[in-house]
Design a protein around this ligand. Structure first.
Ligand SMILES: [Zn+2]
Length: 463
């Protein structure tokens, strides 16, 4: 227990503290100037304010290492997505760069986006940078200087401007440059030629129903891309990370390449830990994401990869497309790919762990500490420890159901693939730098309460 100063603390939060390796029952965290200043168990020190969450789990504020605020609405989307994050106990989001109308491809665009974050964000925001299709590698240094925590590139083209495919020669040059700065590059991993050919064949045969989304993006379309990016990781020394593996094999490949000296890693999104092709058929467009949901057997293999410590972290890939872009009207290929997930993240992760009899500490690790470490935001973010930002996600255990109508985002983003799903807990409160963001009913944070969080250091973390 840390010795107390004479002056009382600003805030004491009481509850069962979830640390990366253990739960401290009947614990407290004391906050001064927005940071964790003391923690322990038993009698808490004096404070100006006491938040008594006794009997509840106090997690570190979750860190979503992969989400999209601005793919459909542009930077105004930062406000709604981060509001829903606040209601979900996600206190730091790492936002993807594929924004309309301009992706984050140089220091000037980055500075503009940072200004929007400072004006609009309800939670803290770290940012990815990316490149234009023409391969403006010379702008990487400026993006690093401006504070991006990581880069994102793609092997698959959704849009030549917003989300381009970067060809292999350009990727090699980019990886070599990024390696020199010590940052991680996450890569969207789907093989363009295979997906395009399979989709053309399906369309030609008039096969456009929901399951065809999964059939035209079979596992090999992912693993071919995984192999290509990891070969380039080995060649360049760059830390290359699969932005989302829906397959246990992706994590096994990363481990094999690490064994050969590559800086290789990969993340799972929470949907790949619980959703299956049957859910795609049931949800139609509202279950469409890339990579697609896999089989129930693959979900089990994914949990095996989690158990073996192969998964870098778990993210949401939250992409709040307007409802009309998700509605299936006979052609699954016409529907936008992406799911909402920020507000359901904490309740669903807690539920999946409890249903499987796994410790809740895994949530603190996979959904807070590890993403913060991979993105160079630790120890400021990611764990309840002395000196860290006083960010907390307080969970009340019980039997609840996730209700999409409760999503705190614009009206047409209030849909969820998890609507009606039973959960073992709910987010009862959330705190950002010692300020209450969410009280279990209302978002108390205002636009602009969130800050831009630059990368804190250049150390590589591989787990
Ligand atoms: Zn994504």
């Amino acid at each position: 227990m840390a010795p107390f100063d004479l002056a009382p603390f600003d805030l004491v939060v009481r509850g069962d503290l979830v640390l990366p390796d253990r739960v401290v029952p009947g614990g407290y965290v004391a906050v001064r100037a927005g940071r964790v200043a003391a923690l322990g168990e038993g009698a808490a020190p004096p404070a100006s304010e006491v938040a008594d969450h006794s009997g509840m789990l106090v997690f570190p504020g979750l860190v979503d290492g992969h989400m999209h605020t601005s793919s459909s609405t542009g930077w105004p989307g930062i406000a709604g997505a981060t509001c829903s994050a606040a209601a979900g106990g996600v206190t730091t989001v790492v936002d993807m760069p594929y924004d309309v109308p301009r992706p984050v491809t140089d220091a000037r665009v980055l500075a503009e986006k940072v200004a929007h974050v400072r004006r609009l964000a309800h939670v803290d925001v770290a940012l990815y940078g990316t490149l234009r299709k023409d391969g403006n590698v010379e702008d990487i240094a400026g993006l690093v200087e401006g504070g991006v925590c990581s880069f994102k590139l793609s092997t698959y083209e959704y849009d030549a401007v917003r989300f381009p495919r970067i060809d292999h020669p350009t990727m090699l040059r980019a990886f070599a440059e990024i390696a020199g700065h010590g940052l991680m590059v996450a890569v969207h991993n789907e093989d363009q030629e295979l997906v395009v050919r399979l989709t053309e064949q399906a369309r030609a045969a008039g096969e456009t129903h929901p399951i065809m989304h999964a059939r035209t993006r079979p596992p090999i379309t992912e693993t071919m891309a995984d192999l290509a990016i990891f070969e380039m990781a080995l060649e360049t020394g760059c830390h290359v990370h699969i932005a989302h593996s829906s397959l246990a094999r992706g994590f096994e490949l990363a481990a094999q390449f690490r064994g050969q000296g590559a800086k290789a890693s990969g993340e799972a999104c929470i949907q790949y830990l619980c959703m299956t092709e049957e859910d795609l058929v049931r949800l139609e467009g509202f279950g469409k994401c890339n990579p697609p949901f896999r089989s129930a057997a693959e979900v089990e293999r994914m949990w095996g990869a989690v158990a073996r410590g192969l998964v870098a972290y778990v993210s949401t890939d939250h992409a709040p497309w307007p409802r009309e872009r998700k509605a299936y009207a006979g052609d699954i290929f016409a529907v936008g790919a992406g799911l909402t997930g920020l507000q359901s993240f904490a309740p669903l992760m807690l539920t999946l762990l409890e249903e499987r009899g796994l410790p809740v500490t895994l949530m603190a690790s996979l959904c807070a500490e590890r993403p913060a470490r991979f993105h160079g935001l630790f120890p400021k973010k990611g764990a309840i420890r002395l000196g860290a930002d006083a960010d907390f996600c307080v969970m009340e255990r019980g039997r609840f159901a996730f209700d999409a109508r409760d999503i705190r985002d614009r009206e047409d983003a209030r849909w969820s693939p998890y609507d009606g799903r039973g959960t073992r807990g709910r987010v009862a409160a959330a705190y950002l730098r010692g300020r209450r963001l969410w009280d279990g009913r209302d978002v108390l944070a205002k636009p602009g309460d969130g800050e831009f969080v630059p990368r804190q250091h250049r150390e590589t973390f591989l787990g």
